[in-house]
Design a protein around this ligand. Structure first.
Ligand SMILES: Cc1ncc(COP(=O)(O)O)c(C=O)c1O
Length: 396
């Protein structure tokens, strides 16, 4: 098999589309004005900033003034959650056990500050239980923060139902839509979303730029103090080049790409399941991100498979990129009830609109060979009692 590079780690980050890079270029050496300046260069930047805001707002059925540009998903999550908490000064926040670390760690930080936090369980497919959510809401609850689509296993939560419930209970609803934005239709009004986090680098835009949607009527406390940029909610000179790139990335994301990714995703899942015995698909089969495949391969270690795939030019990940330096099994895979050894044998393949059928064939062929060879030398054989499936409670 001829060596080729196949990038299937688009859940970690994506390649910047060359068309995105093209529209960004003039904003470095030519149109470098500060959008707060009153001269022509400043006004040009300001106009472009507001045009970008409108385009991104329209995509989610929001108003332009409801978009706050940030440095990405992590900052947006921090701004939303701490921003609401600091307005209320005290109270209860509900989240889930499978959120991105930028939500979980923010909630844990607030717990140290005296806020009460509920981490909802998820079922074996990664869904929260709506009844459990409803029963968890109390008079003290100030915010529900539940992600739209999970970055590791791709499960898509029923955000419209969550939004409806939160509206009935008069509790604010924040969703981290970093992975789902442009891959799922999102209408913030229809879904009763009060706050929503977005990031450019997951959708072929540049790194270091994102946005927080904040419903006009919702009050939050700023987290970065300084100038009056972004409706006085996020100080700092706006990254116009990044914002222009983010906007272009949104415009380039088309519905036909979702269809293409879904077909290739399904092909990857079924080919792996046909070609390689003892595998398990993690996450929901039906309500799943169009570009996510997460599979546990019994009797092997994910890291070992990853390194062998890398030697063949194939980039994938084990757990999420942020935790892949960490030997603890992924908190998401633990929360869906996987045994430690099964969680450690899991790989995430995340596709993009640039993925081809040839890429999928190349990956499956190599994967089959690698798994077969690693299993031959694996101590984790069928009868090997490696560990029992106890959930790691210490994390929470
Ligand atoms: C679900 C989710 N939320 C938030 C983030 C953080 O986004 P950023 O890298 O833009 O800070 C990520 C990135 O991996 C993510 O997958």
């Amino acid at each position: 098999m001829k060596y080729k590079e196949v990038y299937l780690d688009n859940g970690a980050t994506t390649k910047t589309d060359s068309k995105v890079l093209e529209v960004m270029k003039p904003w470095f050496c030519k149109n470098y004005g500060n959008s707060s300046s009153l001269h022509k260069k400043g006004i040009h930047s300001k106009e472009t900033l507001e045009k970008s805001r409108s385009i991104i707002a329209k995509r989610i059925n929001a108003l332009p003034e409801e978009i706050i540009f940030t440095t990405g998903g992590s900052e947006s999550n921090n701004l939303a959650i701490k921003g609401v908490a600091q307005i209320h000064k005290t109270g209860h926040i509900i989240t889930s056990k499978i959120e991105h670390p930028s939500v979980i760690e923010t909630c844990k930080f607030l717990r140290k500050q005296g806020f009460e936090i509920t981490f909802l369980d998820v079922n074996k497919d990664g869904f929260i239980n709506l009844k459990q959510l409803e029963n968890s809401i109390t008079k003290r609850t100030i915010l529900v923060t539940i992600m739209h689509a999970n970055n590791e296993i791709g499960t898509i939560q029923p955000i419209e139902k969550i939004g409806k419930l939160c509206k009935e209970k008069q509790v604010l609803f924040h969703t981290d839509a970093v992975q789902s934005f442009t891959k799922e239709k999102i209408d913030v009004k229809k879904a009763n979303i009060d706050l929503m986090s977005l990031s450019a680098h997951k959708i072929h835009g540049p790194k270091g730029v994102g946005a927080l949607y904040k419903k006009k009527s919702v009050n939050i406390e700023k987290q970065i103090h300084g100038g009056h940029q972004e409706q006085n909610l996020r100080a700092g000179t706006e990254n116009i080049a990044g914002i222009v790139g983010f906007t272009k990335a949104v415009q380039l994301a088309k519905e036909e790409h979702i269809k293409k990714m879904t077909e290739l995703r399904d092909m990857l899942i079924s080919n792996i399941q046909q070609e390689i015995p003892d595998t398990k698909l993690n996450g929901s089969r039906e309500k799943r991100l169009c570009n996510n495949v997460n599979i546990s391969f019994k009797y092997v270690e994910g890291e070992g498979v990853l390194i062998h795939l890398d030697l063949k030019g194939i980039a994938v990940s084990t757990g999420s990129a942020c935790s892949s330096q960490n030997l603890k099994p992924s908190h998401v895979l633990m929360a869906i009830g996987l045994r430690h050894d099964i969680a450690h044998g899991s790989l995430r393949f995340t596709l993009s609109r640039f993925t081809t059928k040839k890429d999928i064939d190349y990956v499956v062929k190599n994967l089959k060979e690698i798994i077969k060879n690693l299993r031959k030398i694996s101590p984790l054989q069928k009868n090997y009692k490696y560990s029992v499936g106890v959930k790691d409670k210490s994390y929470w």
